[in-house]
Design a protein around this ligand. Structure first.
Ligand SMILES: Nc1ncnc2c1ncn2[C@@H]1O[C@H](COP(=O)(O)OP(=O)(O)O)[C@@H](O)[C@H]1O
Ligand SMILES: [Mg+2]
Length: 254
């Protein structure tokens, strides 16, 4: 029996004015499989994520998430159904502690009323849940540190923790290692791999570093000028002449 798909995209189109950025994308993401979307700069990857997560209403096509038609739904509704994205830029509260950064979205998720962020730490269930998430991403020992003080790589981990706190079914990660040094990159990739195996969450990521993509992804889609150029296992993609051509100059030998 074929694996169940968490996401199905059919003939997805998007244009800004007359500029067609997505030109009829059809793909599906099986539950639990660590999948990557790659493609040269400007291929349309971020736009694709923006459309499926509800930031933009597509100009055409259909998006089905967990057997529900989510085409054109606003992003907050899509997120509440369990499809969440993290951002290429960091998106955390710098003046709050690491723990508080996770507590706030948790409180919102569980509909807790709160008048002051600091009082949230007194909510025992929430605090335990938040610590559990920080443990999953390896930040438990820095829970009380102010986010601002942490190195860039840790800030990106907070972002992952904020997303995971809401127990998503599918997480879109747009260049999770952008701007990281090699050590931070390795840590992030190892983490995503581990989370993908441990949690019931499916990860779908874009990544510019081919070495990283080929080592971590179980399946890869290649986007080029708004169209799907290729799809396959890392081995198949590495050998694909059309993909090599699209990355002209950029080596695919990882
Ligand atoms: N809001 C926008 N308005 C107009 N053009 C855009 C907008 N966002 C992206 N684009 C254009 O769409 C194309 C795809 O961009 P993007 O999705 O960011 O690609 P990628 O993430 O693959 O680098 C680029 O040519 C970009 O300039
Ligand atoms: Mg992008």
């Amino acid at each position: 029996m074929a694996a169940e798909n968490i996401l199905t995209v059919e003939d997805l189109r998007h244009q800004f004015g007359d500029f067609r950025v997505l030109n009829g994308i059809t793909l599906e993401i099986p539950k639990g499989r660590l999948t990557a979307l790659i493609g040269p700069n400007g291929a349309g990857k971020t736009t694709f994520y923006n459309v499926i997560s509800g930031k933009y209403v597509p100009t055409g096509g259909k998006v089905t998430f967990d057997n529900l038609d989510i085409t054109g739904m606003p992003s907050y509704r899509i997120a509440s159904l369990g499809l969440m994205r993290s951002f290429q830029i960091t998106n955390i509260f710098l003046k709050l502690s690491v723990l508080e950064n996770v507590l706030v979205p948790l409180a919102l998720h569980y509909g807790k009323a709160f008048s002051c962020v600091r009082s949230l730490a007194g909510e025992k269930d929430l605090a335990e849940k938040a610590m559990g998430v920080l443990d999953q991403v390896g930040l438990a020992d820095r829970a009380s540190r102010v986010a601002l003080e942490l190195p860039y790589g840790d800030k990106r981990l907070i972002e992952i923790a904020i997303v995971l706190a809401r127990e998503p079914k599918l997480v879109l990660l747009d260049e999770p290692t952008a701007g990281m040094n090699p050590e931070e990159t390795e840590r992030m990739i190892y983490l995503i791999q581990r989370l993908s195996k441990q949690l019931g969450t499916t990860f779908f990521l874009t990544e510019h570093d081919m070495k990283v993509v080929f080592s971590v992804a179980e399946y890869i889609f290649v986007l080029h000028q708004g169209e799907l150029l290729a799809r396959g296992t890392p081995e198949e993609i590495k050998k694909n002449p059309a993909v090599k051509e699209a990355y002209l100059g950029g080596s695919l030998d990882a």
